[in-house]
Design a protein around this ligand. Structure first.
Ligand SMILES: [Zn+2]
Ligand SMILES: [Zn+2]
Length: 311
């Protein structure tokens, strides 16, 4: 990996619930999780079941490098919202149980509840054998809003959360620093999601899952994603599923393939990854969805587990 590159790796691309089995071996059945790594930083987008195999790999790599656990393992996790398919892997994420690991977790305050409280409630004894507070890692959990900017500087330091208004354009970033902003989309029940933009050395990834499109495209999202190198966008439904009179999906908080391609085109992004696949779409369905998307946006691909994109 060159010194100033971001590597984006997909560990879970499925929406709603995991779908293991012979029909999903090509695209994968794990729920939302994307890893962004640089030589200095490790950032994880969402903690669906895809975070579980990622955690095993992180620990195996760490143990090869530091057999005596002599260095702190620092990981930043960005949570879009706390629906099950975005947090259900967290209790089984190996690093969360390790005393030499520091986890910096950021996400929205939804329905008036702090992120820390929402995550803690999801691991109460009636839902989970180990409480969040009992897990051995150091956990620093903060609300993030669209007025905040998160900056990851040198590997030794904790991420810094700033209010945008306080930055006054004074920020001096080095090529290896990560700069993360958020947009709060309300196009998802019941209190919306955060959409993240992660930038380093002039390259940007936008992660826009669990959001429903508007006629003509979500203008604020199009502006937020403007000129990104990579847009990862919810594309759960085909148009005919979205408008199916017997079971319409409008208002479910997810986009069609057409909506994702429209945002990609209007925002002038370089590449589009379709994400949050419907659990009923097997590999054959995903192949045809990908081909269809490429007729609308030629540099569209359907996200699949194990896929790596370097920026
Ligand atoms: Zn979801
Ligand atoms: Zn959701």
């Amino acid at each position: 990996m060159s010194q100033h590159q971001m590597t984006v790796r997909f560990w879970g691309v499925r929406g709603s619930y995991p779908v293991p089995g012979p029909g999903t071996v090509k695209y994968g059945g794990n729920t939302a999780c994307v890893e962004i790594s640089t030589p200095d930083h490790l950032v994880i987008l969402d903690a669906g079941t895809g975070i579980i195999p990622l955690g095993e790999e992180i620990v195996a790599n760490y143990r090869k490098k530091y057999p005596q656990n002599s260095e702190k393992l620092k990981i930043t996790i960005l949570i879009t919202h706390t629906h099950h398919d975005h947090i259900q892997g967290l209790p089984f994420f190996h690093p969360i149980h390790l005393g030499f690991c520091s986890l910096y977790i950021y996400g929205p305050q939804l329905l008036g509840e702090d992120l820390e409280e929402s995550l803690s409630i999801s691991m109460e004894p009636r839902y989970c054998p180990v409480r969040l507070e009992e897990m051995n890692s150091e956990k620093i959990i903060n609300n993030m809003s669209e007025n905040d900017v998160l900056i990851l500087k040198h590997a030794e330091h904790a991420p810094l959360l700033h209010k945008q208004i306080n930055l006054n354009g004074q920020l001096k970033l080095k090529p290896q620093d990560l700069f993360i902003t958020a947009y709060h989309s309300y196009a998802h029940p019941k209190d919306g999601v955060l959409i993240f933009r992660i930038s380093m050395n002039g390259k940007s990834v936008v992660y826009a899952t669990d959001t429903e499109g508007y006629t003509g495209g979500d203008t604020r999202l199009i502006n937020f994603a403007r000129d990104a190198d990579l847009l990862i966008h919810d594309a759960q439904y085909l148009q005919e599923e979205y408008t199916d009179p017997a079971h319409p999906k409008q208002g479910y908080g997810h986009s069609t393939v057409d909506m994702a391609c429209e945002v990609a085109r209007k925002a002038n992004v370089d590449r589009l990854v379709l994400f949050h696949h419907d659990p009923t779409h097997d590999d054959a369905a995903m192949d045809s969805i990908e081909s269809y998307a490429q007729t609308l946006f030629p540099k569209a691909i359907a996200g699949r587990e194990g896929m790596v994109i370097t920026l």
